[in-house]
Ligand binder design. Structure first.
Ligand code: ZN
Ligand code: ZN
Ligand code: FE
Length: 726
């Protein structure tokens, strides 16, 4: 039967190859009419008799990065279209949203390894379903002239595809081939060694020999080495100035499965077009599988793996069957290197596999894991700058926190969060530059600037220096509202456990129970204050927190002679140190107390080591005291100090104790919606225990899925609070 329909589709449907896709399925089903972008929607008018099959294809075969959130179908009058066309857009809103970079799609991969295809082994193959986006765009609207592909003039064959609505490369701005597009080259000490596929082939050989090769990716360079070669990995640690923080790995799926447990959800996440680094549980150590070197992720239960995501990666892995370390090319915490000149002068690698397509915008790899759904701990490549639906007005610039910084802007009904910017101490110029970039690409003018209350955060200082209306937002209020907003709830008992955040009483908060809505909060309970001996130094040196706790329970005799000597000096200034209710510092103190880590060589190391040590099957726990709004862990510290038990058991009991305390406070309060936020909930053991315990006791537990639980979520929370103000 002939039908005429108007179909309105909301969701992520622009800049992801949606219109060409609709065009193709319309042709397949002999449907006449048109498709066009209207506002944030795609609108289709369709006439024909195969409507059911057309609608089915629309829903089931959508492009990889497209997300249909709402689809509305109405019958309309027949207009007797002659053809199906892609109409040019009417709305000026088009192009206000920008797609993240997308991993090479299956169709391009097939062509890449097809000797008959004209792009056989061409390392820059892409189409409207995949390829670079965000990182090559200089300004909007999105077309080639305003991307770093402008240097390359399309050849006739590419141009024909570009203009053909039936082609997968219709309006694919980075479309190119070996005739007209960019080219890879391999260099050492600025000397050219090889070009094209010869360069990739030699790189594979060099990697197998144990050399460090810098490889240009989508948002910056990686430093790569053979992950099974202990010597190479150690050498990389020295170059990068990174002592023990785990390295990310890349390998094909089969190899990953040899080394790690991979659930079906984890496999799906690994394979998703976003291609994040996924934290996977290691299989028991087995030398025969060619296990990764110990120094890749010392004492960690998890390995962070990602699949190859650019054509260069795919060609490389067709030549070597080994996992590679693929860590951001930078020194320590500074931003990822993304310019050819900079990587070549860095001397970070032995060899440089680079190319002449410039990266305009830096973007790190994203990191995620599965724990009752997807949890993103670093939101960057593949995710940013995808908009997140939220009830917000337009015009808010949310400046974020200080470490793991992101910032965010609001357009009506949407929050666009920046990619992971990092530690502002190291990344401040990148932060300022990226805010300007966002203002320009999204034609954004801030009407209200939201910032953290911490006077020393560089994001706060940035905000204060700007003109216009501003609003200061308490750190943990932002944490909890961030979690509530992404879970679409308006009120909750929030549990914000993190390292530190500036409290309204001037103390350093971080173990907070607060009843929140978007207007304000009531702090109903928190961890008992304890001084941080030496201030911020206590964050890197957990032995200081251990001594603070020992002194509080009068048990300094358990400290070593040397520590007691240090304490004699430190204790003279006890009334000058900042007070903290931080859960992160409690984890640090216990880690030091039972001899796991005295110092943290990277952020949170002592607490992470405590998690990794814990016996996950331990059922026991310690006593804690809840008096009024104060939660004291001193009884627990007393028990631990006296305990003859093994570290594994103590660490396990400690995690149970924290979960029990959380349950007790929630039961006392009575609110059923619980929102978890803060860096401490990156601890998977604690997250799992807390989630299970609260759900079995009838609570609805909300956690972060779309934005990080660490300070990467602060900008989103600030944007949602400020964006709801009248
Ligand atoms: Zn593709
Ligand atoms: Zn070409
Ligand atoms: Fe925080």
């Amino acid at each position: 039967m002939e039908k005429a329909l108007r179909i309105k589709i909301k969701g992520i449907v622009q800049g992801v190859g949606f219109r060409p896709f609709v065009y193709r399925i319309a042709r397949e089903n002999n449907i006449k009419g048109f498709v066009r972008n209207e506002g944030g929607m795609v609108v289709i008018e369709a006439e024909g008799s195969n409507m059911d099959s057309f609608l089915k294809a629309l829903k089931e075969r959508k492009p990889p990065m497209a997300e249909i959130m709402d689809i509305k179908v109405d019958e309309i009058e027949h207009r007797r279209f002659k053809d199906f066309v892609i109409e040019s857009s009417e709305s000026s809103d088009e192009g206000r949203f920008l797609s993240p970079d997308i991993a090479t799609c299956d169709e391009c991969l097939r062509e890449l390894f097809d000797p008959e295809d004209r792009r056989y082994l061409y390392p820059f193959i892409n189409c409207t379903n995949c390829g670079p986006r965000f990182t090559i765009i200089e300004s909007l609207p999105y077309d080639r002239e305003r991307t770093t592909m402008k240097e390359f003039k399309m050849c006739k064959a590419c141009e024909n595809e570009y203009r053909d609505p039936a082609s997968r490369r219709f309006h694919a701005q980075p479309d190119c081939c070996a005739v007209c597009g960019p080219e890879v080259e391999l260099l050492s000490n600025e000397k050219e060694i090889a070009k094209g596929n010869e360069a990739v082939k030699i790189s594979a050989e060099l990697l197998l020999e144990g050399r460090i090769v810098a490889i240009k990716g989508l948002g910056g360079f990686h430093l790569a080495c053979d992950a099974t070669d202990e010597r190479a990995v150690e050498a990389l640690r020295v170059r990068k100035g990174r002592e023990s923080k785990p390295f990310a790995l890349m390998a094909p799926l089969k190899l990953i499965k040899d080394l790690c447990e991979v659930s079906s959800e984890e496999e799906e996440l690994l394979l998703s077009p976003r291609r994040p680094i996924v934290l996977l549980r290691r299989k028991p150590y087995d030398r025969t599988t060619g296990a990764v070197a110990e120094s890749v992720a010392p004492y960690n239960r998890y390995l962070g793996f990602m699949l190859p995501y650019t054509p260069i990666h795919h060609i490389l892995f067709s030549l070597l069957n080994k996992p590679l370390v693929m860590t951001s090319a930078n020194i320590s915490e500074s931003p990822i290197i993304h310019k050819n000149e900079e990587i070549l002068s860095s001397r970070l690698a032995d060899f440089y596999l680079t190319h002449n397509r410039e990266i305009h915008t830096r973007c790190d790899d994203s990191v995620a894991f599965i724990q009752n759904g997807e949890i993103v701990t670093r939101r960057a490549r593949g995710y940013a700058p995808e908009p997140i639906e939220a009830r917000v007005s337009e015009g808010v610039l949310a400046c974020g926190a200080h470490t793991k910084n992101t910032f965010a802007i609001t357009l009506k009904g949407k929050v666009i969060m920046s990619q992971h910017i990092g530690d502002l101490e190291e990344s401040y110029p990148f932060y300022e530059e990226e805010i300007e970039h966002f203002k320009s690409i999204f034609s954004f003018k801030p009407a209200l600037i939201a910032y953290d209350l911490h006077p020393e955060y560089l994001s706060t200082k940035y905000a204060i220096a700007q003109e216009g209306e501003k609003i200061g937002i308490q750190h943990h209020h932002a944490h909890i509202c961030s979690c509530m907003a992404e879970n679409c709830i308006d009120e909750a008992l929030g549990i914000a456990f993190d390292g530190s955040g500036y409290g309204t009483d001037g103390n350093i908060w971080g173990g907070e129970f607060m009843v929140c809505d978007f207007e304000g909060f009531e702090r109903i309970a928190y961890l008992e204050y304890i001084p941080m001996p030496g201030g911020a130094k206590a964050i890197e040196e957990p032995w200081r927190m251990k001594l603070a706790y020992l002194s509080k329970i009068g048990a300094l005799s358990f400290a070593s002679e040397e520590e007691r000597e240090k304490w004699r000096i430190l204790s003279k200034f006890l009334d000058r140190y900042p007070l903290t209710s931080s859960a992160g510092r409690l984890f640090d103190a216990v880690s030091a107390l039972i001899g796991i880590r005295d110092v943290s060589r990277y952020e949170g190391e002592a607490a992470i080591a405590l998690e990794m040590m814990a016996d996950e099957n331990e059922k026991g726990s310690y006593d804690a005291g809840i008096k009024g709004d104060t939660i004291s862990f001193l009884p627990m510290i007393e028990e631990i100090v006296d305990s003859p038990e093994k570290k594994e058991k103590i660490a396990g009991k400690f995690h149970n104790t924290i979960a029990n305390v959380i349950l007790e406070v929630c039961v006392n309060e009575g609110i059923k919606d619980i929102a978890l936020s803060g860096g401490v909930f990156q601890n998977r053991l604690l997250l799992k225990k807390t989630f299970d315990l609260l759900t079995t006791n009838g609570f609805r537990v909300h956690m972060h899925h779309r934005v990080p639980t660490n300070d990467g979520c602060i900008s989103f929370g600030q944007a949602c609070i400020a964006g709801r103000r009248e």
